[in-house]
Design a protein around this ligand. Structure first.
Ligand code: SF4
Ligand code: SF4
Length: 205
């Protein structure tokens, strides 16, 4: 990639940096030691949420700072990482897989209010079919729904854009958890765990 110095506005500060840098690197390069909101430093991936407006467009979009390269004339604002609404459930309280669908709607009653507006899809920096995942979960198709969320980094941008205050990422997590809990684990995983338990497989640290 050809490197050129470009200037952008990040959190209201004029930043000049090579166009080979992402937004976080460019901000550091300009002397702003941002750590808070940078998930790989704080341990929560998906925290470096930003609003972006490019010079060529009036549209403001959502993105992750680590995924977005600095461009000339770009305006960027880091968003604070909102604490998600808590959904409490214990998988051990589920009688069996017949119990899951009813429990799901008890835990996430707001899901039945989904407007199919597509706001979550537009906000997702991982291009996940979020709306589809929520719709599949609402129908009890938890395995299919959970598979859609495999790449989710829990950035909460889908939640922030939802007019019904649904937490699609936590819906996805629920789906993946119940799928794993109520299905037989892969035999190679079971065999490997058993050989570790018997001391037949040494883990070198
Ligand atoms: S599904 Fe939601 S939390 Fe997960 S990556 Fe997409 S926007 Fe972020
Ligand atoms: S943003 Fe909310 S209401 Fe709109 S489609 Fe996504 S989950 Fe449904």
């Amino acid at each position: 990639m050809e490197r050129a110095l470009v200037s952008a506005l990040i959190n209201g500060h004029k930043v000049t940096a090579p166009n080979s840098m992402n937004i976080i690197q460019a901000y550091w390069h300009a002397g702003f030691p941002r750590v808070s909101g940078v998930g790989c430093l704080e341990g929560v991936c998906g925290s470096c949420r930003i609003l972006v407006r490019r010079a060529s467009s009036n549209e403001v979009t959502t993105a992750l700072g680590c995924h977005t390269m600095i461009e000339e004339g770009m305006q960027v604002q880091f968003l604070s990482y909102s604490t998600p609404k808590q959904h409490y459930y214990h998988l051990t309280d589920f009688r069996d897989s017949w119990d899951v669908q009813g429990k799901f709607h008890d835990v996430f009653p707001e899901v039945s209010h989904c407007r199919s507006c597509g706001g979550c899809d537009k906000a997702c920096p991982k291009e996940i079919e979020v709306e589809m995942g929520v719709a599949l979960a609402a129908k009890g198709r938890f395995r299919e729904a959970g598979e859609l969320f495999v790449e989710c980094v829990m950035c909460n941008l889908c939640k922030s854009s939802c007019p019904e205050r649904i937490d699609p990422n936590h819906v996805g997590l629920f789906c993946r958890r119940v799928t794993a809990y109520f299905h037989i684990r892969p035999s190679n995983l079971i065999n490997r765990l058993e050989s570790i338990r018997k001391g037949e497989f040494r883990i070198v640290r």
